[in-house]
Structure formats: structure tokens, C-alpha cells
Design a protein around this ligand. Structure first.
Ligand code: NAD
Ligand code: DAU
Length: 324
């Protein structure tokens, strides 16, 4: 199978490309190389094309493929609050363009989505739960999902949607909670914890997330949505203390700062549908977090340059006032 992996120069997509290669598949990556993407993340032996998923012409120019797995997105909630337009463009119009090409070529599309589309919940959300996105990011992801599912119903597109929970592991851009706190702790910089820090996220290791998506690509039923959560729900404040412990940083680096507007309190998924298909997470959070902290400790050369340039301007805008 030749699989088009869009967004494969980013965090999860690059791990997924690696996984498909190991499984003996042929992979082509299409990625715009935004601030979050880097060709160096794309595994060797994978063909790379620079292009925009929201441009049908860019997708068509890739050539032949047998399936598409769409990771391409603007993916950071805080950036979506600062400026939502790129999110709507890539996450909605990108999914739409890919659905059109997949339909015209009669190939399968897997739309990689997120638990955030259900909004914050008090009980685990199953796939039929209402979509109640809270942020411009999650609203855009919900829009992408709906375009894909509408194309299934209207045109008979062969597509599935996956909704994974908060993902962590090596090569995650240092704007997200775990890599931000780990790299700040390693550098002796403050860890800015939003609000009371009692928000809950369900932490899924990137390899387990990729295994879920691969299973859906191979065995998912057309038109179905599959949740993938590890069942590892932890409060942010607990996670921050674990990171301080694992890095040996001074606990006084932890700072409670002004909250994220519209901040979702808890994400929680009912993943029994995907488990019935044979998926289960393999990596315990304790071990996965320890290994991830080790990876960032040993790979300063990967993350140091990513925390300069455009990142500094973003960091100032997002945190300077909060940390004053
Ligand atoms: P990421 O930000 O690390 O990577 C996104 C990639 O998409 C980057 O390489 C970027 O250059 C590329 N991209 C952005 N706009 C593009 C465009 N218009 N055309 C082509 N490429 C473009 O994101 P990630 O954390 O790896 O997330 C990947 C996918 O998984 C996203 O769709 C996200 O919504 C979803 N997801 C992420 C998580 C998580 O916790 N990180 C959890 C569940 C679902
Ligand atoms: O749930 C899946 C989603 O997880 C993905 O769809 C998104 O792409 C991904 O960014 C992530 O969204 P979150 O908003 O949950 O992740 P983030 O790492 O930004 O934040 C995790 C929690 O930590 C959240 O409650 C906000 C809090 N936080 C985050 C940052 C960056 C802080 O307290 N301080 C921070 O500086």
C-alpha cells in the first residue's frame, strides 16, 4: 500500500510514517512545514512533498496513493485563541480538500481528530456524544470531522474518523504542556500552570495513538468514528509535580498563572468501540513519561533551536504578562 500521510513532518504524523515503514508500507508525506513541521522529522526512505492540504492542486500533485491519513492541522489551542483563521483554513478546508481527492480517486481517508471536539465532560464521551467544542481549534477540528462524515453519507466516501486523547512522546513541539514543562524545567525556567491546575487530561503515548490509527486504517468500518483514550486521567498540577521530580528541578519553578480563556476542565473518552476492534494501549503513563523526559534530556539539539526565533515571539505574547 502507498499511503499519503499529511502533516507527517509534525509530531504524531512523523511517528505514524515511521510505523507504516516498519510495517512494510510505502509512504509519501505532504506537509506545509509551518512552524510546527520540520523535514528533519520525516523518516529517511519516505518521499517528502511540501504543500498545503487546503489546496486540492497540491494534494493532486503528490501522484498516486492508495489511502490518505490526515494529520495536517494547526494543533495548538493557545495559538487558536490568539488567531483562529489559519485553524479554520487548514483544519476544515484541508479536511474538505482531502475528502474530495479521496472521493475522486476512490481511496480510503482516515481523518485524525481529537477528544476536544466533545468539549469538557463529566463522564467518558462515546462516539455518539454531542460535539461541543470550546476553542477555535476544537471548533475547526469538529468542522473537519463533519465535512468528512458528510462526504461519507452524501457521496459514499470511504472514510473513518479517529478521536485521540492528549498525546505525548519524543519530538513533540515544545509549546504543548509536557514538552514545554520538561524543557523549561531542564533550563531552570518557570512552569506556567493555568488557573488552579486541576484540569484533567487523558494521556496517550504517541506509539499507542499511532497503533490505534493504523488499526482504523486497516480495519475500521467506513463512516465510523473511533475514540482512542488511554484511560490515564491526571490533573495538570499532578503532572507538573511529576515533571519537577523527574527532571530534578526546583519546585519553586511552578507558577500558577492566569487561566486559558474557555479552558476545558476535563477530557475523558469511552474507547470501548476501538478496544472491541483489538486495540489497547501498551505504554503505562509512569514509564512513558519517564522515557519522554529522558528523551528531552538527551536531545537538546532537537528542541533548543525550536525554542528560538518565532517561538520566542509567541512565548512572549502568551506568557510574558502571565509570568510578570
Ligand atoms: P503538530 O502541530 O505537531 O503537526 C502538524 C503538522 O501539520 C505540522 O508538520 C505542520 O507543518 C503541518 N501542517 C499545518 N498546516 C498544514 C497545511 N495547511 N498543509 C499541510 N501541512 C500542514 O500536530 P500533532 O500534535 O502531531 O497533531 C497531529 C494531528 O493529530 C492533528 O490533526 C491534531 O488535531 C491531532 N491530535 C493531536 C493530539 C495531541 O495531543 N497532539 C491529540 C489528538 C489528536
Ligand atoms: O486532547 C487532545 C488535544 O490535546 C489535541 O487535540 C491538541 O492538538 C493538543 O494540543 C492537546 O490540547 P490541550 O489543550 O489539552 O493540550 P495542551 O498541551 O495545550 O494543554 C494541556 C493542559 O495543560 C491543558 O489543561 C492546558 C494546560 N496548560 C498548557 C500549557 C501549554 C498549562 O497549564 N500551561 C501551559 O503553559
Amino acid at each position: 500500500m502507498r499511503v499519503l500521510v499529511t502533516g507527517g513532518a509534525g509530531f504524531i504524523g512523523s511517528h505514524f510514517a515511521e510505523r507504516l515503514l516498519k510495517a512494510g508500507e510505502d509512504v509519501v508525506v505532504l506537509d506545509l512545514l509551518t512552524y510546527a513541521g520540520d523535514e528533519a522529522n520525516v523518516p529517511q526512505r519516505v518521499e517528502f512533498r511540501r504543500g498545503d492540504v487546503a489546496s486540492k492542486a497540491d494534494v493532486e500533485a503528490v501522484g498516486e496513493f492508495d489511502a490518505i491519513v490526515n494529520f495536517a492541522a494547526e494543533s495548538h489551542v493557545d495559538r487558536s485563541i490568539l488567531g483562529p483563521h489559519d485553524f479554520a483554513r487548514t483544519d476544515v478546508l484541508g479536511a474538505l480538500a482531502l475528502a474530495e481527492v479521496a472521493r475522486e480517486r476512490d481511496v480510503r481517508l482516515v481523518q485524525v481528530s481529537t477528544d476536544e471536539v466533545y468539549g469538557d465532560v463529566t463522564e467518558p464521551a462515546a462516539e455518539k456524544a454531542p460535539l461541543r467544542p470550546s476553542s477555535p481549534y476544537s471548533a475547526a477540528k469538529a468542522g473537519g470531522d463533519l465535512q468528512v462524515l458528510a462526504a461519507v453519507r452524501t457521496y459514499g466516501l470511504d472514510a473513518c474518523v479517529t478521536r485521540g486523547s492528549n498525546t505525548y512522546g519524543p519530538r513533540q513541539y515544545p509549546e504543548k504542556l509536557i514538552p514545554l514543562f520538561v524543557t523549561n524545567a531542564l533550563d531552570g525556567e518557570p512552569l506556567p500552570l493555568y488557573g488552579d491546575g486541576r484540569q484533567v487530561r487523558d494521556w496517550l503515548h504517541v506509539e499507542d495513538h499511532c497503533a490505534a490509527i493504523e488499526l482504523v486504517l486497516r480495519e475500521g468500518a467506513p463512516g465510523e468514528v473511533y475514540n482512542a483514550g488511554a484511560g490515564e486521567e491526571h490533573e495538570n498540577v499532578e503532572l507538573a509535580h511529576r515533571i519537577l521530580g523527574l527532571t530534578g528541578a526546583d519546585p519553586s519553578l511552578l507558577r500558577h498563572v492566569e487561566d486559558r480563556p474557555g479552558h476545558d476542565r476535563r477530557y475523558s473518552l469511552d474507547s470501548s468501540k476501538l478496544r472491541a476492534l483489538g486495540w489497547k494501549p501498551e505504554k503505562a503513563f509512569d514509564k512513558g513519561l519517564e522515557e519522554t523526559v529522558d528523551w528531552y534530556r538527551e536531545n537538546r539539539a532537537w528542541w533548543k533551536p525550536r525554542k528560538s526565533g518565532e517561538y520566542r515571539a509567541y512565548y512572549e505574547r502568551q506568557y510574558a504578562e502571565r509570568l510578570r
